[in-house]
Design a protein around this ligand. Structure first.
Ligand code: ZN
Length: 347
């Protein structure tokens, strides 16, 4: 797995000159360079102005953790930097582990109606976030069991590593893609609102053809234009892509699948993939729809557009043959030693 990521990184870095350097947020650089080139008398960009350019702030996440949960928090940091867009952010991402006293964090399961929800000392975590000049805080705890989304994602150390990622994506505005139980729906689903990954609308069968169904619901399904023609959004005359018995993890097709959060007979919910990190942990791949939602959040937090190297999934289409990979083996290993590797950056 690690080797595969490294290989993609190499392919990307070979295709894009000085990729490592370009990972510094591009808009900031472009602006600076324009300003500089307007004054040719200054000659080449001096060392000091380069330093100045680099001070354009990265997106910063702090992972607050008590001492018992520290290794889980550290494991999560390593996991997160393998996931797009974080895997491609290089120097424009900073993740820092922050130790905090478990008593002070005060995390506990104190919602009798939702026993898996954990809350912590938000005021203290916010204060710490501000001291560290960070954009987002995550909290890992050895106290309590479960997780919570909201403005500070929380996860307990006894839950799978994907739990924190799932909660984090709630913070970025993504909704659960599994159906809530009747009692949960009575609490959370008074007036369901469509989001980046779950949309609500009433279907109107029968649908004569797939393309008629597409044009009829194009406005309600914002990812409709990206669904491949081969991937039907109807099953017979009903709306909804058919689920496969065996999913192709990491390569699932985008479609229109019934279900998600407040889905019910009166107001159906629809989601983009058969399974995703927001439905369960079977496939925790970050598909483009999720990546876009994350990026939009990061951009609004740092107040500028983020330009990243092309997505890794683009490589799927021009994957080199096994023979080529075998022969490249030696070269890759030696080349990797020389290339500054964004995936290995420690902050
Ligand atoms: Zn959730």
């Amino acid at each position: 797995m690690k080797r595969k990521v490294a290989f993609f990184a190499l392919i990307l870095s070979l295709s894009f000159n000085s990729w490592g350097q370009n990972l510094v947020p591009k808009p900031a650089i472009a602006l600076k360079e324009n300003t500089l080139s307007a004054k040719p008398a200054n000659g080449p960009v001096s060392k000091s102005s380069r330093t100045e350019v680099k001070t354009s702030k990265p997106y910063k996440i702090i992972i607050v953790t008590d001492s018992e949960a520290y290794s889980k928090a550290s494991e999560f940091k390593n996991y997160l930097i393998t996931k797009p867009p974080f895997s491609r952010m290089g120097d424009s991402l900073q993740i820092e582990l922050v130790s905090m006293d478990a008593e002070k964090m005060n995390c506990k399961n104190d919602h009798p109606s939702s026993p898996r929800i954990i809350t912590c000392n938000r005021d203290l975590i916010y204060k710490t976030q501000s001291n560290y000049d960070a954009h987002l805080s995550l909290a890992f705890t050895s106290k309590g069991s479960g997780g919570a989304g909201g403005d500070i994602p929380v996860a307990s150390m006894d839950y799978p590593i994907q739990t924190m990622f799932h909660e984090m994506l709630h913070t970025y505005g993504l909704d659960d893609e599994y159906d809530y139980s009747k009692s949960e729906q009575s609490v959370y689903c008074e007036s369901p609102v469509s989001s980046a990954n779950v949309v609500y609308f009433k279907d109107t069968p029968p649908y004569k053809t797939d393309s008629l169904a597409r044009s009829k619901h194009a406005r309600e399904v914002h990812w409709m234009g990206q669904i491949p023609i081969k991937q039907l959004i109807t099953s017979g005359s009903d709306l909804g892509s058919q689920s496969l018995v065996k999913m192709n993890i990491g390569l699932q097709p985008l479609g229109l699948f019934r279900g998600g959060s407040c889905n019910n007979e009166a107001l159906p919910g629809w989601r983009p993939y058969q399974s995703s990190i927001m439905k369960g942990y079977e496939d925790d791949t970050i598909y483009p729809i999720y990546e876009e939602a994350i990026l939009r959040n990061i951009e609004s937090a740092v107040g500028r557009k983020t330009t990243l190297p092309p997505a890794e999934h683009h490589c799927v289409h021009n994957k080199p043959s096994i023979e080529v990979i075998k022969n490249l083996g030696q070269e890759i290993d030696s080349a990797l030693k020389k290339i500054p590797h964004p995936h290995n950056h420690q902050h």
